[in-house]
Structures are given as C-alpha cells and as structure tokens.
Design a protein around this ligand. Structure first.
Ligand SMILES: [Zn+2]
Length: 231
C-alpha cells in the first residue's frame, strides 16, 4: 500500500475553486498552503476551500527564500500571512484548529534554521503527523523533528512553462522514477508520502486540469490519500 497526504501550494489562484471541487469529488482533503499577498488580492477562492473542507496553512506573505531574510524579516513574513489566514477563516466562519506552515521553496532559512523551528514551535504551529514516513534520509536530515511541512514527492509540474523545456513527459518520468535524486519514489510499495502540487494558473493554461490528471493517476496506481492529521 502507498499512503499520502496531499499538499497544494501557492493559493489563491483562479483554479483553486476547480481544484477544491475536484478534490471533494475524489474524497480527498488537502492542506493548501496560502501566500498571504495572494489571499489579500483574491480571498474568495481560499474562503471557498475552507468552506469545502480543506485546511489552509501559512506559506509566508510574499513567498521569499527564507535563507535571504533576517530573523526579524522572517517573523514578519509569517505573521503577516497569519493575519490573512485569520481573516479568511473568519470570513468562512470556520474555527482555525490547525496552523501548518511551509517554507517557500522548502528553504528552511539557512543560518536561522534552528531559530525558526524554535519560533514555529513556540508559536504553536501544527506539525503534520509524519511518524509513518519510513525513509532514512527523512530522519537523517532531522525532517521528522521539524515543525514545518516539507514533502517527500514533488511533481515539479510548476516547471511546465512556455519555452522552459520541461513538459508533462518530465512529470511522468518523475512519477515513474524508482530512484529519484531527491525525495522518495512515489510508486514504490509501502511508501508514506507528503505530496507537493501547486495551484498555478500558468500551469492550467498549458495543461488544463493537470491536477486532476496527476492525482487521478496516483489513485489508479493505488495511492490512498489520508486526511490531514497533526501532532
Ligand atoms: Zn510556494
């Protein structure tokens, strides 16, 4: 059996609502990581996600690489996004029970890494229950102890761009790669994953319904999606 938690980054976007409708139809609850600035510009898709059962987490205010920020700037990025999230939870009329956080680009803050983990812990951010993730590299890198939500498999579909040279073929290669350079093989038996997908209108333009194509494929391959659970 292969188990997975689905995470979807960079909401709000125009395709957020279609993604939520698709996930509801498929019976999948995802953690959607929001960029505060995008929530300010267009809160409704994020409110819609909340009203339809998704959990929305903090992905910073302006999506910077945290290793380029001071500790003070990092905290401001996180707190400004918190305000945006409190606003959409209030608008949706839903109690905010969980507060997961994901660093943009998975950049854990370079020299501030330990201090940022301490901050996230002290501020009561929610750690995804990742105790079933079996990979030695996950434990060796201390990822089993970190509060933020990294991932074990990245479709990398956000690289699909006009003239980028990266296409859906490359995404399929990643899905079928038994020995990926980073992360874990998604279709290997007895896996447990945190899967990264994005809500990007740019990808939607080039590959309409890409999220449906990819997630349906994993379902066909027997991947079971768990409801988000936190420690
Ligand atoms: Zn992102």
């Amino acid at each position: 059996m292969i188990r997975a938690l689905l995470t979807i980054d960079d909401i709000s976007s125009h395709n957020t609502i279609d993604i939520v409708d698709y996930l509801n139809g498929a019976g999948i609850t995802a953690v959607m990581f929001a960029v505060g600035q995008r929530i300010e510009q267009d809160p409704e898709p994020a409110v819609y996600a909340l009203k339809h059962g998704m959990i929305v987490g903090n992905h910073s205010y302006s999506h910077p690489a945290f290793s380029t920020l001071s500790m003070e700037e990092s905290i401001e990025e996180i707190e400004r996004c918190e305000e945006c999230l409190n606003m959409i939870y209030a608008k949706a009329g839903i109690e905010r029970r969980y507060r997961p956080f994901r660093f943009p680009y998975g950049d854990k803050g370079g020299q501030n890494r330990a201090q940022l983990q301490k901050y996230l812990s002290e501020q009561g951010f929610s750690k995804v229950r990742d105790t079933d993730i079996p990979y030695q590299w996950w434990k060796d890198s201390g990822l089993d102890r970190d509060i933020d939500t990294l991932w074990t498999f990245d479709f990398a579909e956000y690289n699909i761009r006009e003239n980028s040279g990266f296409t859906m073929d490359d995404v399929w290669k990643r899905i079928n790669d038994p020995h990926p350079d980073s992360g874990a093989a998604i279709l290997a038996d007895n896996g447990a994953h945190i899967i990264l997908l994005h809500a990007h209108d740019e990808t939607e333009e080039l590959v309409p319904g890409y999220y449906r194509i990819l997630v349906d494929h994993l379902l066909d391959c027997g991947v079971k999606f768990d409801d988000p659970d936190f420690i």
